[in-house]
Structures are given as C-alpha cells and as structure tokens.
Design a protein around this ligand. Structure first.
Ligand SMILES: Cc1cc2nc3c(=O)[nH]c(=O)nc-3n(C[C@H](O)[C@H](O)[C@H](O)COP(=O)(O)OP(=O)(O)OC[C@H]3O[C@@H](n4cnc5c(N)ncnc54)[C@H](O)[C@@H]3O)c2cc1C
Ligand SMILES: Cc1ncc(C[n+]2csc(CCOP(=O)(O)OP(=O)(O)O)c2C)c(N)n1
Ligand SMILES: [Mg+2]
Length: 592
C-alpha cells in the first residue's frame, strides 16, 4: 500500500520544531532494537513492512534471517529466547504474515517465553476498510499475548518499544506484539533517544516474596515427614537453578521436574526422581500423590501433571506454591501457603532462613520416606526391550545420543509426539536451557526452527533436533534457511511411519481403530535433505544407530538429516490416561 499525501502532511505535523534529528518510524524502531541489544531477528518481508526492511538494510549490527514461513520465524526467535534467556524478536508483514505467525505466538504464550513480535499493518487511514492484506492483528492476537500495541503515532514508537521489551521480559514472561501501520513506519519525528526507564502504573510485577509466608513455608518444610519438591519452567525462566540446587542439597529432599523444567535440577543426581505427570516415572508420580508437604516452585499444576484433580485431592498434603504470577496460584489445586514472587528471590530468602535457623529436617522420617521411594524406583518403569536386534527402538536412539553427547556443549530440541516423550525420558538433562520443546501448546513443527534459532546464537554448540516424520514435515522448508545461513543442525527423525502419539491413544483408548494416523507416501528424506544441500542418512538396523550418530556428530560444517526407521508399534510408558489419577499408571508390560 502506498503512502498518501495526507499521511505525509500528518507526518510533517508530527515533526518537532527543535533541531533534534528527525527519523522515520522504521528507523526509530530499528534504533530501539539496537538499544535493546538485539542481535538477531527472524522474519519475512511484505508490503506493510518495507520501510522497516529498508531501515534494516541500512544498518549492520542486527542480523536478519529470512525464513521460509512466518510460523518458523516466530519459533526460531522463541527457541533463541528459550536457550539464551533473552527476548526473541520476529518480524512479519500484515495480513497473512501475521496469521501465519499466530501458531508461533500462541506456542510462546503457552510456555511463558519472552518475545517481541513486530507486525506490519495497513496505513492508519485504511484500518477497518477491508484494505489489501489487512487483518485485525490486535484482536486476533489478544488472547495469545501478554500484551499488544498498535502504534498509532510515530511519536510513540520509541516508548512503545521500550514498554514492549519491558513487559516481555519482566514478571511472568510472554510474547508482546507491536503492530506498526505502514504510514507510522514512514512518518518522521524528532528522535530524542531511547527511553531509559519505563513508567507503567498498572504494571508492577512483584519480585520479593512475603517474608511471613516464606517463614510459614519453611516451618512446614522442616516439619515434613514426606517432603517433595516439584519444580517447573519458572525455575528456568527465573534463572534460579543454582538456588534450587542449593536448597535441595541442604534439605536432602526428593525433587522432580515438569517437562518444562527439565535441566533445572541435574537429572543424574540420586535425589532426582525423573519427570512427573502423564508420562512421568512411577517414583515421581507416587511421591507427588503420597507426600505430606509439597513445595511447588515455578510450576503450574498442569492437567498433564496432576491428572484427575479429584484423585489428586483425595489425599491430605500441605501445598506451598511459589509463583510470580498470582493468577497461577490456586488455579487448579487448593494451596495452603501461597508465595507470590520471583523464584530466585524467594529461594534465596528460604536458603538464608535455613542457614540462620537451628532446625534441620527430621532425618529419621526422611530416611523412611527415601526407603519408600526406592521401593517405587526399583520397578524401573522406563525399562524397554534393549536386547532387540531386529528393529530400532526409539528409546535406544535417544539413550545412545545421551551417552555420546553428555559432555558436549549441545542443545536438544524436539517436536511433539512420542519422540518428544522419549527424548524427555531418556536424555538426562543436567544443565538448564538445554532442552527446548513446546509443552503447553504442544506444537508440532517447532523442532527444526528451534534448533536453527539456537544454532545462530550458539554456533559452537551442536543442536540436535529429535523429531518424528509427521512433525518434521510441518516446517521442513526451513532446511532451506539452514543452508542459506549455515546454521548446521542435526536432525534425528524417529520415523515410525505413524502419527505415533495419536496411534498410541487409538490403540489404548479407541480399541485399535487407527483413524488417519498412518503416514503413507512419505518422501525419501535422504534425497529431500540432499536436495536442500544437506547430508542425508538412512538408518534401518539397530547395530547402525551408534555409528550413524557418531558420524553425524563429527560433521560440523553441514546439516545432517538422519532418517531412523524405528519400531512402528512402540509406545510411551508409563502413561496416565486422560481422566485418571497420577498413580493409575499403565506400564506396558506389567500394570501397577
Ligand atoms: C505430548 C505431550 C505430553 C506431555 N506430557 C507431560 C508430562 O508427562 N509431564 C509434564 O510435566 N508435562 C507434560 N507435558 C507438558 C504440559 O502440557 C505442560 O506444558 C507442563 O506440564 C507445564 O509445565 P510447568 O508447570 O513447569 O509450567 P510452565 O508452563 O513452564 O509455567 C511456568 C510457571 O512458572 C511461573 N514463573 C515464570 N517465571 C517465574 C519466576 N521468575 N518466578 C516464579 N515463577 C515464575 C509462571 O507464572 C508459570 O506459572 C506434555 C506435553 C505434550 C505436548
Ligand atoms: C500442529 C499440531 N497438530 C496436531 C497435533 C496433535 N498431535 C500430537 S502428537 C501427534 C503425532 C506426531 O507424529 P510424529 O511427529 O510422527 O511423532 P511420533 O508421535 O510418531 O513420534 C499429533 C498429530 C499437534 N500436537 N500439533
Ligand atoms: Mg511418527
């Protein structure tokens, strides 16, 4: 859409009479990004954002990555944010650019990821007139963003950008959309520099927890006979892994992580009971059900974690819940000691109080509790047919990868399905921000863009994407972006020729009626990878798994696509069916 004369004269009206330099809205936007220290943007151009692309062209501190689909732009920026803790930035055009980005925005929102998404909009005078490539971005994204802005006047640009970054990264993080009409990106105004501070009376997230509540929590924790620490994505988002480790070491209590919290506590430590929930371990779920005091830290009692809420509430336990978002507390379960605050601040205070006080945990009760837990642990609920020499077991691929890369500087991304659960169960994450996946929305198609986004920021690290043949096809076009920017990732496709997780539910709940879960007419992934300029590998026999992974690990300057033909009938165990209690687990071979 072209700029009208009326819009040009309104721009002139906006000009400040002083001698401060006048900049276009697009230039102020780019300066704002620079002031925020942004190094990378993932995006896709179109008419409404051409002034912004022009401003990007004229600078050289921010690298723009041209993706092949806007959904992948948002996922790549989201993956970058998850791995680095910084705000991820994506740029899309109006109309279809924005609607293509919606899945990415909703994915980031569900997992509380800090992002700023800049979208082009038709010129202000055309808004509401069914203009070409117009859509109601503010309306469409309202339920899937932490906040959104429509920049109506170029004079507001710098302030809005400052607010957008501030809102995205503070409190409970989340995506913020900044919608920029074309005339606003073109209009000029006097630029007085990027604001140093933000003043928003209505937005003041609490960091420090209430001292009295923390003291109450401590009393409960130290008097507990069967204590349990349940932690989630909030510990990673709040960079509080060291504090969590200190607390657990001081108390000697058992600890579990949600899918989103893996890596917050070292998975190889004896005190870690594994992931809990729908596909959690027996020991993690039983401890959740049978503890007498539960400390929940940055975790939101998701339905895939507590299962049937009535079953969960059927036993007595005291719950302490630390969360920065007051609306997360007591949303799904009754909480005895709510603590609103930043996990790092609250845990630090808790640790100080323990150090300063005389009381220590009840060693005898704790010993008995650990004996009970060990009784659950010996069931070895993640056991699978390791001796099988006929067909590749998906678990074996992940286990082999873990053994090979455990000391490497590497990141593991995944898509959604059985392969995601096998990755979560069998790769033992000992460090934070190394496991990157979509938990809340469960978005197939994130794995490759996530890996690609991380690889750009962490070129020295290996980025392995554990995916399925269904999920990878949702954003496979990004193999082209990987080639253009030299972001050489390693794709491990656990190809079972099924939408495996759907097939598993159909087998167990729909009496084996496999309605549209078989993937026929799959492409030749090796040739496809080669067509994009990459290395393709087909692995069909169990004895080839280890050498193939070793070969892929050694290749540093190419993207490698590994098509592992895995057991099409393998299921993820344990499993808690929807509506069941978390201890009503299916184990595959021997039910509890
Ligand atoms: C196929 C599939 C299977 C799944 N199976 C499982 C499963 O078996 N087990 C499982 O755990 N999940 C599973 N999930 C994921 C599940 O859907 C949820 O995404 C996950 O359980 C939520 O994790 P969380 O509670 O850590 O919450 P998150 O979404 O990570 O939320 C973080 C919480 O921390 C708070 N927070 C953020 N920052 C701070 C801070 N600085 N200080 C304090 N609090 C903060 C937020 O307000 C929020 O309440 C599955 C997903 C899929 C797709
Ligand atoms: C975009 C999207 N559509 C549908 C689903 C529902 N879904 C969850 S897992 C799954 C199957 C995934 O298949 P594949 O990638 O081959 O992984 P597998 O389970 O076989 O390991 C589907 C369709 C989803 N999570 N996301
Ligand atoms: Mg599959």
């Amino acid at each position: 859409m072209e700029i009208t004369k009326a819009e040009i004269s309104s721009a002139a009206a906006a000009q400040n009479a002083s001698n401060t330099p006048e900049l276009m809205g697009s230039e102020i936007l780019v300066k704002s990004l620079q002031a925020e220290g942004v190094q990378y943007i993932w995006g896709y151009p179109g008419g409404a954002v051409l002034y912004i692309y022009d401003a990007i062209y004229k600078q050289d501190t921010i690298q723009h990555v041209l993706v092949r689909h806007e959904q992948a732009a948002v996922h790549a920026a989201d993956g970058f944010a998850r791995a680095t803790g910084e705000v991820g930035v994506a740029l899309v055009t109006s109309g279809p650019g924005l609607t293509n980005a919606v899945t990415g925005i909703a994915t980031a929102y569900s997992d509380s990821i800090p992002m700023v998404i800049i979208s082009g909009q038709v010129a202000t005078a055309a808004i509401g007139s069914d203009a070409f490539q117009e859509c109601d971005t503010v309306g469409i994204t309202r339920p899937i963003v932490k906040h959104n802005f429509l920049v109506k006047d170029v004079r507001d640009m710098a302030d809005i950008m400052k607010k957008a970054f501030h809102i995205a990264r503070t409190g409970r993080p989340g995506p913020v959309v900044v919608d920029v009409p074309k005339d606003v990106s073109f209009n000029k105004t006097a630029y007085h520099g990027y604001p140093e501070s933000v003043a928003m009376r209505s937005y003041n997230p609490v960091r420090k927890g209430h001292g009295g509540q923390i003291r109450k929590a401590l009393q409960l924790l130290l008097n507990a006979k069967r204590p349990y620490i349940y932690t989630g994505g909030g510990v990673l988002l709040g960079n509080a892994c060291n504090e969590l480790r200190t607390l657990v070491d001081m108390l000697g209590y058992p600890v579990t992580n949600t899918l989103m919290g893996l890596g917050a506590y070292p998975a190889t430590d004896k005190k870690f009971l594994g992931m809990l929930g729908m596909h959690g371990t027996v020991e993690a779920n039983y401890a959740m059900q049978h503890c007498d005091v539960l400390l929940a830290v940055g975790a939101r009692f998701d339905d895939r974690v507590i299962g049937n809420p009535k079953h969960f509430a059927s036993v007595e336990r005291k719950i302490i819940h630390i969360d920065i978002d007051p609306s997360s507390i007591a949303k799904r379960v009754k909480v005895d000691v709510p603590i609103v605050g930043d996990v790092k601040d609250v845990l630090t205070e808790l640790i100080t109080m323990i150090k300063e006080g005389q009381q220590r945990p009840d060693a005898q009760a704790l010993g008995a509790w650990w004996d009970t837990i060990e009784g659950w642990r010996v069931k070895d609920c993640l056991a699978y047919d390791r001796a099988n020499t006929e067909v590749i077991k998906p678990q074996a691929v992940v286990e082999t990868l873990w053994n090979m890369t455990k000391d490497d500087d590497c990141y593991i991304t995944s898509d959604v399905g059985q392969h995601q659960m096998f990755a979560a169960q069998f790769y033992k994450f000992n460090e934070p921000r190394r496991w990157i996946n979509s938990g809340g929305l469960g978005t197939m198609g994130v794995g490759l863009p996530y890996a690609m986004g991380i690889k750009l920021a962490k070129p020295q690290a290996d980025c392995w994407c554990i995916t399925g043949e269904g999920s990878i096809q949702m954003n496979i076009q990004e193999l082209s972006t990987c080639q253009q920017y030299g972001t050489h990732v390693k794709v491990i496709s656990l190809n079972n020729r099924y939408l495996g997780m759907v097939r598993q539910w159909q087998e167990l709940i729909y009496q084996g009626r496999y309605s549209h879960s078989y993937m026929d007419a799959l492409p030749n992934f090796v040739k496809l990878a080669e067509a994009y300029g990459h290395v393709g590998m087909l692995i069909e026999r169990p004895e080839d798994v280890e050498p193939a992974l070793r070969e892929a690990r050694a290749i540093k300057d190419r993207t490698v696509f590994m098509d592992f033909r895995t057991d099409p009938t393998e299921n993820v165990w344990p499993m808690v069916e929807a509506g069941k209690g978390i201890t009503e687990m299916l184990l595959g071979s021997e039910e509890l």
